[in-house]
Structure formats: C-alpha cells, structure tokens
Write a protein that binds this ligand. Structure first.
Ligand code: GAP
Length: 457
C-alpha cells in the first residue's frame, strides 16, 4: 500500500508528464490560467477521441436499442426550472471574513486557505460565515436584450436535452421500451472548489445514456447497467480491483434519484467517483410534461396502456475516465541499458485501443535514403488505418523510449534487412517491437495492417 507522500509524488509526476508530452495543458496558461478549465493537447485529444468512439461504438452502434442525440449546450431556462436545477442545483458555500476566500462548506477540512503557510481553513485563522447555497450553473443571455426572459444556461448535465427530445426521438425512431438515448458532450458547473487536476473541472464532458423502461424494470436494469459499465472500464484497461461500488445512501442522492450506485476508481489522490448509475424513476419526464403542459407518455400497443416511462441513467465523466486511464497507465520500470547502466523506463501502459499513437515508424538511419523511403511507405500504408508517428531522429533506443512514454503499443523499425541488403529472405519485413514486453518480431510489411490492427480492438 503506497503512503500518502508516494501517492502525491506519483500524481505530481503524472501531471508533469501530461504537460511535458502534450496530453493536457491548463487553459489560458500564459495568462495565469483559467481555474477549473483544461485544454487537451495533441495526445490528449487522441485519447479523448478514442475513448468517446469506443463508448459510442459499444453503446450505440453495436446495440439496436440505443440511439444517439447531440443536443444544444445553451439550455432554455424553462427546461432547467422544470428539472429542478434552477431551484436546487447548488452546493453549500462559506466565505472567510479574514482571508476573503470561498470554500465548499462540506469540504472545508480538505481545502487550503490562500494565506501562507497554506493550511486547511480549520487550522488557519479563518473566520467562516454560515453556509449558504451557491447555484452551480453558468448563466448567459441569448440575443441582444439582457432581461429576465433572455436568460439561458450552459447545461449542467447532458441528460436534459434527452428528456425534452424524448417524444421526437420516439416518433422518429419507433423504438419500443426498453430503449435508450445516448449523448456525449460538454457540461458546465461553476464548482466552488475545482481540484485534483482535471478531476473536478468547471467545463467537462459527459457520456450519458438515458435508458427508458417500465417502472417494474427500473431497479433490475439499474443493477444490470452497473455490471455492464464495470465491464466497460475493464475493457479499456482499468482492472476490477481498482474499481469500487458505492451504494449511495438515502439523503445523499440527487433529488431525482431513488437508487444510485457510484462507480469509483482508486486515484492517487483517493477513491473517487468516475460514473453514477442512477434510477431516476419517471421524475424528469413527468416534470417536463407538467411544466410544458404537454404530457410525455408512451403508448404500449399490446396492452393499450399509456404511461410515463421510468429511466435508468449510466452517466460517465469523459475527463475523469481519461484521468483514471492516465493514472492507471503510468509506470516506471528499472532496466539495464545497452551500456550496462541502470535506467528508469517511463512507460504509459495504455490499452492499445486507447493509446494516442498506435505505431511508431522508424528508419534505422536517417542518412540512408532507401531506409527513409521504405519507412515513409510503411507510414503511408498504416496512416489511413491508425494514428502513426514517423520518427527518424536519434538512436532507435531513444526513439523507443519516447514512444514508451506516450504509450505507443508498437514500433516498426525499417533496417538493412527490410531493404534486402542481407539477402532476399527478410526483404520487405520490419522489426515490430511491443511496448510492454519489449519483445521484437519480424513481420512482413504487407501483413502489418492486419498484425497491428488486430491488436487494437
Ligand atoms: N446526469 C447525471 C449527472 O450529471 P453527476 O453524478 O452529477 O450526474 C455524472 O455527473 C458524471 O459526470 C460524474 O460521475 C463525473 O464523472 C462527471 N462529472 C460531474 N461533475 C464533474 C466535474 N465538475 N468535473 C469533471 N467531471 C464531472
């Protein structure tokens, strides 16, 4: 079991690698940063795309009973009034009369006072006000006027557009219960205390499914979705023993939920939520039906009944999942290099389908035109199928290390055998080196797409 200081040190190394190699940068860093906002660099953008594509593939493309939606971010105030967000989507906040900082009232002991030396407000001379509720939504005005009627909000969850489009989706797709509507997209919350790198951000992405069903199936489907979602995390490289299930007790669930499981991951900074699987009952559809005066009902052709469907919601955080994948992948390994010296290999052990670059392509030497030309041919062969990185600078060992550090599962080296200088048997073959085992194998160039492609699914 790692100590707190080892866990902190590991987290610091991960944050530093994310910046150094271009996974994640602080938003507006050159102006001092925008707190709670992050930009994904070239490698982070690839991971994000891989994760979202895999989630969509498994939950929409491969299923007949879930369809997709891409709703607007700007949300009508009436939607969020009916859903209960305008009245109740808030966290308790306290102000300090001495240092003027603002803290989340339920997390005071975990936060730091800005006064130096920085300690928890409870340990410093903070003089805290009574808690008051702080609404987490970002508001804006739509159009030229800025009166009450033009107020709109950046959505605090992707779910609401699914509920308000339920009827349109039902009519256009003719789905039968149980069926789901899935959405991936940005959500915004003006968190009082953004922290732990990207873990609690003000702008983040969600991957949500609203799975509509009959009331009698709600609890059973909640349990089924919990198991399915745990399986998903295992498929993308998070081992079962690092995942925890919290059966959220009465009084701690969101206002719409009668049952919620949190799926948590063992981050270096503690066990924290990745996803909530909530049984939202018929709360949202009923509320929108009542508020709009247009009941949202489902007609069962067999039983001739009309009723408001219930819903089970697996709601995953895209950014939190990426952070978990990065934390899980980070590894340091001691090994002896070619010169007999001990060195540390930093290797990101991403599952190949999540890895930002799938294959590094290297000519053994950059000053041998036949090697360079062949390597560029190999790159051109693979590039339509996967993200490939061509690199001709420095010794091959250094190039391997650079790819290890970003988690590239395969590297193909084009050498003198490839160009037939050592006889015809090995001509048009390359050395494929696997990241984790560092084992090398000779593979025919024409077989490379199938060889590597087969290991990416
Ligand atoms: N529609 C239900 C819903 O939004 P939630 O538990 O508030 O439920 C779902 O959010 C998921 O969204 C969380 O499990 C988490 O992964 C992600 N999430 C929520 N707030 C976040 C934040 N401030 N920063 C990053 N991710 C967040």
């Amino acid at each position: 079991m790692a100590s707190d200081s080892e866990r902190n040190e590991r987290m610091e190394k991960i944050v530093s690698l994310c910046k150094r190699r271009g996974f994640i940068f602080q938003s507006a860093e050159m102006y001092g940063g925008l707190n709670g906002c992050w930009d994904y660099g070239p490698l982070g953008a690839e991971i994000k795309r891989n994760l979202k594509n895999y989630w969509w593939q498994k939950n929409v493309i491969e299923r007949d009973d879930i369809v997709g939606l891409d709703g607007s971010i700007l949300t009508h105030q009436k939607v969020l009034k009916a859903s209960g967000h305008i009245g109740g989507f808030s966290d308790p906040m306290v102000d300090c009369r001495t240092c003027k900082a603002r803290f989340r009232a339920d997390q005071v002991c975990e936060q730091k006072c800005p006064e130096k030396p920085s300690k928890s407000p409870e340990e410093n001379a903070c003089d805290l006000t009574q808690p008051r509720e702080f609404n987490l939504m970002f508001s804006t005005h739509v159009g030229a006027s800025s009166d009450e009627g033009s107020v709109a909000y950046l959505r605090p969850e992707t779910a609401q557009s699914i509920f308000v489009q339920f009827k349109n989706v039902l009519e256009t797709t003719r789905q039968k219960l149980p069926f789901g509507i899935a959405q991936i997209g940005k959500a915004f919350r003006n968190e009082i205390n953004p922290r732990n790198f990207t873990f609690r951000s003000r702008e983040f992405e969600q991957m949500e499914i609203e799975f509509f069903c009959r009331a009698e199936d709600g609890l059973r489907l909640t349990d089924e979705w919990l198991e399915r979602r745990i399986g998903f995390y295992e498929e993308i490289g998070i081992p079962r023993d690092k995942l925890h299930i919290l059966d959220v007790p009465d009084g701690e669930r969101a206002h719409y939920s009668s049952k919620t499981y949190d799926i948590e991951y063992d981050f270096p900074f503690g066990i924290q939520e990745l996803e909530g699987v909530a049984y939202r009952t018929d709360y949202d559809l009923r509320k929108h039906g009542e508020a709009s005066g247009k009941p949202i009902e489902y007609f069962d052709e067999q039983s001739k009944e009309k009723f408001v469907p219930h819903v089970v919601e697996p709601s995953a955080g895209c950014d939190r999942t990426i952070l978990a994948l990065i934390c899980e992948a980070y590894d340091e390994e001691s090994l002896t290099n070619d010169k007999g010296k001990e060195e540390t290999r930093i290797v990101m052990r991403f599952d190949p389908k999540i890895a930002p670059v799938k294959c590094g392509v290297f000519p053994l030497l950059k000053n041998k035109p036949e090697l360079v030309a062949k390597a560029k041919e190999v790159k051109a062969l693979l590039a339509p199928l996967m993200n490939v990185f061509y690199d001709e600078s420095a010794a091959v060992g250094r190039r391997y290390r650079r790819q290890d550090e970003i988690g590239t599962p395969f590297c193909a080296t084009i050498d003198f055998d490839t160009i037939g200088e050592n006889g015809p048997e090995l001509a048009d073959t390359v050395t494929v080196r696997e990241r984790d085992s560092m084992a090398q194998e000779r593979v025919k160039i024409e077989q490379l797409p199938a060889y590597i492609g087969g290991k990416l699914v």
